[in-house]
Ligand binder design. Structure first.
Ligand SMILES: Cc1cc2nc3c(=O)[nH]c(=O)nc-3n(C[C@H](O)[C@H](O)[C@H](O)COP(=O)(O)OP(=O)(O)OC[C@H]3O[C@@H](n4cnc5c(N)ncnc54)[C@H](O)[C@@H]3O)c2cc1C
Length: 308
């Protein structure tokens, strides 16, 4: 299944910094700009039947609900975690694996709507979103201007991938930038389910050490679940003495990290350059598309690769 000669993956430091940037031809971002209702994720959110789920701490998968910012934690130079208050201190987001929410605000001319991935969904009393800010990004700039006590319209949680426990013996998660958010949500969900025996290896690629998001959380999971969760960091520009992977993530590196089991499911999330190189791009109309890139070279098929 594994081949020896690795092709260098053409995703650069610049691309890594781009986080979840999506290319113009296949962007959810641009679809959300003028016509949120035409976006499949919005349409999907609208199909969740009212009253069919649990209360989600006052959140609603069918409607935007104004949610108050409870606290904001800084992560690094461009990213923060925003905690929104749920209706009671004991409530949880109660998000199915795996879920996103939609955030909305009106910029004075039109509604801006963007999807985000809740993290730490087991926490009581709050919805937490990790958001990377772009100076010209409409929603992420709005996030950066929020203060505790401010209110933002949020709709969700809405399910994205319906995860099936124990479907595979091993899960490999390959991600870059803010692509870590669905992976953390999924990893926490798997690990906190005592019935789920899936072993996880998470490969997290970034440009610099400063860009590694959610490292304390990932390291804590590795410590708590040493037999089931392993995290490997890769840096494009590593500092002196760096012990993780260095340079571009390539086929050799991935091949060496793959579990021996042939029953491995690979989840991929990151900027377009990374997706292209690792798994091939997503298909049109938000379909998975064919498996390409390194994973195809390594013998993976559609049943064993999921592109967030
Ligand atoms: C299912 C899903 C889940 C997501 N979860 C998260 C999450 O948990 N956290 C998170 O931070 N983001 C997440 N995103 C991305 C998020 O939805 C927005 O696309 C992102 O916050 C940028 O939106 P914006 O309105 O600020 O930028 P836009 O106004 O859409 O873009 C304006 C400009 O900002 C810059 N810019 C915007 N986005 C990027 C980018 N990704 N890379 C490089 N430059 C960019 C570009 O210069 C662009 O021209 C997710 C996306 C999807 C589809």
């Amino acid at each position: 299944m594994l081949r020896k000669n690795a092709g260098t993956i053409a995703f650069t430091a610049t691309v890594m910094l781009a986080g979840l940037s999506l290319n113009p031809a296949n962007t959810l971002r641009s679809q959300f700009k003028e016509s949120p209702q035409s976006n499949p994720l919005v349409a999907q959110a609208a199909t969740v039947k009212a009253g069919s789920g649990k209360p989600h701490g006052g959140m609603n998968p069918n409607e935007f609900v104004p949610m108050k910012v409870k606290a904001i934690d800084g992560y690094n130079y461009n990213t923060r975690v925003y905690h929104f208050e749920l209706e009671s201190p004991d409530a949880t987001v109660d998000a199915p694996l795996t879920s996103y929410v939609l955030a909305r605000y009106n910029d004075g001319e039109k509604d801006i709507v963007r999807p985000y991935t809740p993290i730490h969904t087991h926490e009581k009393g709050q919805l937490s979103l990790l958001v990377k800010s772009y100076p010209t990004g409409k929603m992420s700039k709005h996030f950066a201007e929020l203060k505790p006590g401010d209110v933002l319209d949020i709709k969700g949680p809405c399910q994205k991938l319906k995860y099936e426990p124990n479907r595979n013996s091993d899960a490999v998660m390959i991600c870059g930038g803010t692509g870590i958010t669905p992976m953390l949500q999924l990893a926490e969900g798997i690990l906190r389910n005592p019935e789920d025996k899936t072993k996880i290896k998470l490969i997290f690629a970034n440009a610099t050490q400063e860009d590694i998001l959610l490292k304390p959380e990932l390291d804590a999971l590795a410590k708590t679940y040493p037999d089931r969760f392993q995290v490997v960091y890769s840096l494009d520009k590593p500092p002196a003495g760096w012990k993780g992977l260095s340079g571009y993530l390539n086929k050799d590196a991935i091949a060496q990290l793959l579990p021996k089991s042939k029953d491995t499911m690979v989840y991929v999330c990151g900027p377009p350059g990374m997706m292209n190189a690792i798994s091939g791009p997503k298909g049109p109309n938000y379909t998975q598309g064919d498996v390409g890139g390194v994973l195809k070279d390594l013998g993976f098929d559609k049943d064993h690769v999921y592109k967030f």
